[in-house]
Design a protein around this ligand. Structure first.
Ligand code: SAM
Length: 338
């Protein structure tokens, strides 16, 4: 009986729009029935358990800018070979469904162009745009012959300088961990995609070992699978898929967290911006906003401590790979789920 009433009410009210009590945005059709039952409060807004309050020390735009001012010098030599390998990139780009050379693709936080080099294997380079907030990282990418036809744009992943509905695919590898407001970045991915477009984000996964968790939380954002899923759902994506990746030499060791540990993708079902982008308000940080004198005073200490925490993750792979080589005979299976 309850089922009949609920179904009838849902069907009768199918074309009526209900504003979310919290953000006043009209809820998309798929959430009507839920909204009616829950007194018109958007599900995602009411789920505050997944709202992060703490940020890592380098999870700020200016801190990340200066971090890459120096790291860019050695980035291609010391970062990717130990954290983001060609095999991992190939696996993640399969999930991105780069199935035509004519696709218009945005690589947000594209840095030195390692992921972009993978993208141009499937898509014509002149259809690809690499955006990054660090000119130092992009200078390295601009020198790579395979990327000579790529468009380079200096900009912010949380405030993309592109029109709504302009790309077929959005890819971002290893950048979300620096975004002060990851939800805003994911909503921007949604906005710039065309209907049916696919966003793929590759990022870290939080450590479960207490010692590594201390350093990863101090450094930047190492989200959980639930957080990735939450950001994608809240932005409005459908067909959300999550798969786990990791360097083969780690033989499945994951408890210390992985800088590149997970690929999440989702499809944009409707035209237009991400709705409802509840309660995001004005953007918290921008590279061009000057720091107050207190912030300036604290900056060197915070930044240095953040870099030390990052250095832990520079050393860790050597220990993991040594341990794996000596003590693990067969690879532990990598958790994989859709
Ligand atoms: C770990 S690197 C990843 C580079 C590249 N995607 C790759 O696969 O090697 C992270 C990049 O994100 C960029 N980044 C961080 N925050 C950003 C933001 N808010 N907007 C745009 N780029 C950002 C950094 O400048 C850096 O180049």
């Amino acid at each position: 009986m309850a089922w009949i009433v609920s179904t009838t009410v849902t069907k009768t009210l199918k074309d009526v729009k209900f504003p979310c009590n919290y953000c006043k945005n009209l809820l998309p059709k798929t959430r009507y029935s839920f909204a009616i039952r829950k007194y018109s409060v958007c599900k995602m807004v009411s789920d505050t358990s997944l709202e992060r309050t703490k940020q890592g020390l380098i999870q700020h735009k200016k801190e990340a800018f200066w971090f890459y001012r120096f790291l860019s010098i050695v980035y291609d030599t010391i970062v990717n070979p130990f954290h983001w390998t060609v095999e991992m990139r190939d696996t993640s780009l399969k999930q991105a469904q780069l199935d035509s050379r004519d696709l218009k693709v945005l690589d947000a936080g594209g840095g030195t162009g390692f992921t972009t080099e993978g993208i141009v294997q499937y898509v014509d380079a002149h259809n690809v745009t690499l955006l990054d907030q660090s000119p130092h990282q992009m200078d390295k990418a601009k020198k790579k012959p395979a990327l000579s036809a790529v468009h380079f744009v200096e900009g912010d992943a949380e405030n993309l300088p592109f029109a709504t509905n302009s790309f077929d695919r959005y890819v971002s590898a290893g950048s979300i961990e620096y975004w002060p407001e990851p939800q805003r970045g994911v909503a921007e991915a949604y906005r710039v995609l065309k209907r049916g477009g696919i966003a793929t984000i590759i990022g870290p996964v939080r450590a479960t070992h207490w010692f590594s968790r201390f350093w990863c939380d101090l450094w930047m954002l190492f989200p959980t699978e639930e957080e990735y899923r939450y950001w994608f759902q809240k932005a409005g994506f459908e067909d959300i898929k999550i798969s786990y990746i990791g360097p083969a030499a780690y033989k499945g060791i994951r408890e210390h967290g992985l800088i590149m540990g997970l690929t999440v993708s989702g499809r944009k079902p409707l035209d237009g911006p991400s709705e409802p982008v509840c309660s995001l308000g004005p953007m918290k940080e921008s590279l061009s906003t000057p720091y107050t004198w207190q912030q300036k005073l604290l900056f060197p200490f915070r930044w240095l401590l953040g870099c030390i925490a990052g250095f832990y993750y520079f050393l860790l792979p050597f220990f993991i790979m040594l341990y794996a080589a000596l003590f693990i005979r067969r690879d532990r299976s990598i958790k994989n789920q859709d």
